[in-house]
Design a protein around this ligand. Structure first.
Ligand code: TXA
Ligand code: MG
Length: 340
């Protein structure tokens, strides 16, 4: 299959929407990361998403909509907290997990009795959903396990030959995925931190608990609540480790010096608003000192290091504050929870 990369405009969006109606998956921009979208109500179409990504069937997808009426077709009821959150943060990077109706095929939800729903704000995503006339199930448009794509070029690297078209809507504004919040219980549970921060959620609805898998490796029964938590994620090809800022320079210098027969390693370094040792086999990416900037640049930095064929990525551990939770979660997972 030839994959076409097309600027998102009225004609390319209309053609992509026609492909969606025919049961094909298409690459498209959202404000968070690029998505791989297909008709959420057509299980054959949704299976093609899993095939193109190489995604495990037990990891459910998010359904993208453009109206509250769409949501009501998909879920049994909209809890009061969800209503508040939709009013406050939609359209935008917040996904709500609610009890599903039977119209939502099991392949979308990996057999769960809940469905994750979000209303994106990116104009091209909204036009695509409207033109297709169906809700669109879409995971991030990367091969399973890889960093999420934040440009159309990233999508092409992972999906070339696997999907018919990628709509190019420019680099993503948020850069990390949407926040996933389970609102089926008394107290909302944060399953994945993302574009909307924990402080923002708490300000809107009061108590919010944080699933333990957000900052820890999820195992056993804890993994079941959000199956996505147990899979390897966001991983660059290079080995990656996290390290405290105070130890970073010494560690990078030692590593860069190389040891005997092995020769010098190429090292990629991620820092948050600071400098790192300037050496010829070290490439430094400062992704910024604020969580919003860092989120926007993080996945692109990981993919850049892969293109540069670095052997090791050393990332500064970011602040432990609540508004850094999204970035911290991605860093920990990209590094497979490894520390230097
Ligand atoms: O920003 C985003 O959310 C992007 C763009 C394309 O919208 N999409 C995205 O999808 O990140 P994906 O498939 O890469 O991540 C979906 C996450 C996974 O962690 C999955 O386990 C969780 O949402 N999820 C989906 N349905 C769920 C459900 N019913 N219950 C709990 N977690 C669910
Ligand atoms: Mg993903």
């Amino acid at each position: 299959m030839k994959t076409r990369l097309r600027e998102a405009n009225a004609s390319s969006i209309a053609q992509a929407a026609a492909l969606v109606r025919l049961g094909q998956p298409v690459g498209f921009p959202t404000e968070t990361v690029y998505g791989l979208g297909a008709n959420a109500l057509d299980r054959h179409a949704v299976r093609r998403i899993f095939a193109a990504k190489g995604r495990p069937a037990d990891n459910p997808l998010i359904v993208h909509v453009t109206s509250i009426a769409d949501v009501k077709r998909l879920v049994v009821d909209v809890p009061p907290a969800a209503r508040k959150l939709m009013k406050r943060f939609w359209p935008g990077p917040l996904t709500l997990v609610m009890r599903k109706k039977n119209v939502v095929p099991d392949v979308v939800t990996a057999g769960l009795d809940t469905v994750a729903v979000r209303m994106p704000s990116h104009p091209a995503a909204r036009r695509l959903i409207r033109a297709a006339g169906v809700p669109i199930a879409a995971p991030s448009a990367n091969r399973s396990g890889r960093p999420s794509p934040t440009t159309a070029a990233h999508v092409l690297v992972d999906m070339d030959g696997r999907i018919p078209v990628i709509l190019d809507g420019g680099p993503c504004e948020v850069g990390i995925e949407s926040t996933v919040l389970d609102v089926t219980g008394k107290v909302p549970v944060l399953l994945r931190p993302g574009g909307i921060t924990l402080p923002q959620l708490r300000k809107a609805v009061g108590r919010v608990s944080v699933h333990r898998g957000v900052l820890r490796q999820a195992k056993g029964k804890h993994a079941a609540r959000s199956p996505g938590l147990k899979h390897r994620h966001y991983a660059p090809f290079a080995r990656m480790v996290l390290i405290q800022r105070t130890k970073l320079d010494g560690f990078v210098r030692r590593l860069a010096g190389g040891s005997g027969m092995l020769g010098k390693k190429r090292i990629g370094v991620i820092v948050f608003g600071s400098a790192a040792p300037y050496l010829d086999n070290v490439i430094v990416k400062d992704v910024g000192r604020r969580p919003v900037e860092a989120g926007r640049a993080l996945f692109a930095a990981l993919r850049f290091f892969d293109e540069q064929h670095v052997d090791v990525i050393v990332a500064q551990d970011c602040p432990r504050a609540d508004d850094w939770l999204g970035v911290r979660n991605r860093l920990l997972r990209a590094a497979g929870f490894k520390r230097a």
